[in-house]
Design a binder for this molecule. Structure first.
Ligand code: ZN
Length: 259
């Protein structure tokens, strides 16, 4: 078993954890997990993420409006999100971005809300967690317009785009998707990302790696993702896990890992 797993992107606030959330979270640390960042997608889930971070010493939170929720965005609710960002255990604005695969909110609205949140991140100097799917060019345009720092989570783009993101200073987050047999493009991208820019994440309860595909995911499953990334980078899995932990703490300004 590995130690020091930092899950940089999880949704333990999700309803799929309603039946046994406490037990699941209580058994994380005995399964090699040292820290978790729980990510909000709108006001309600951001409040839940923030509550988890205040309750569990090894949890942190990110708060923001996911592109799927862009239609429900309003500045009044967002002022509450902004207020939450002042809490020391709320470490990022996210997840924010663009999703042209599902198009659950009109693209114009997604762009407007992403742009607005990037401006806030820049003003407050907080890192961002980016969700982008089938929206590479618009995402890059907006990132280039603002001077932010952060991670592109659950990376699914090309090696070429990864190179641009790394050059812009961004970190790249890999989930269990990299273990899927059809993940060739993601493997190529991982190949060019320097080890000091790699974050590990589950995106749980989604994206369980092989051989747990389709099951409810949780943070200890990161070891399968770590083994695959380590293989691509020619590193020992534990070294990769330790490097990703350091990267996560550096990006989000977290001082020391807690157990
Ligand atoms: Zn997510």
């Amino acid at each position: 078993m590995y130690s020091g797993i930092f899950d940089s992107h999880a949704h333990y606030d999700d309803e799929r954890f309603d039946p046994d959330r406490e037990e699941v979270i209580a058994s994380l640390t005995e399964n090699g997990v040292c820290n978790v960042i729980d990510i909000g997608c709108d006001l309600e889930t951001s409040q839940k993420a923030s509550a988890l971070a205040q309750r569990y010493p090894f949890f942190y939170a990110a708060v923001g409006y996911h592109p799927h929720e862009a239609s429900s965005f309003n500045e009044e609710d967002f002022s509450e999100i902004k207020a939450m960002l002042r809490h020391p255990k709320v470490v990022a604005l996210g997840e924010i971005g663009l999703d042209y695969h599902y198009d659950l909110s009109p693209r114009e609205k997604q762009i407007e809300v992403f742009d607005f949140q990037l401006k806030v991140a820049e003003e407050l100097d907080v890192p961002i967690i980016i969700h982008t799917r089938e929206a590479t060019q618009d995402t890059l345009n907006l990132l280039q317009k603002h001077n932010c720092r952060g991670v592109v989570h659950c990376y699914s783009g090309s090696a070429e785009t990864a190179k641009i993101l790394v050059r812009l200073g961004y970190y790249i987050g890999f989930t269990g998707v990299i273990t899927f047999p059809n993940a060739r493009k993601i493997v190529e991208a991982c190949d060019i990302v320097p080890p000091d820019r790699i974050l590990l994440e589950t995106d749980c309860p989604y994206m369980a790696p092989v051989p747990f595909r389709g099951k409810r995911c949780w943070s200890p499953m990161i070891e399968k993702t770590a083994e695959r990334v380590a293989q691509i980078k020619g590193m020992e899995p534990q070294t990769l896990i330790d490097t990703a932990q350091e990267n996560t703490m550096r990006l989000f300004g977290i001082q020391s890992a807690q157990f």
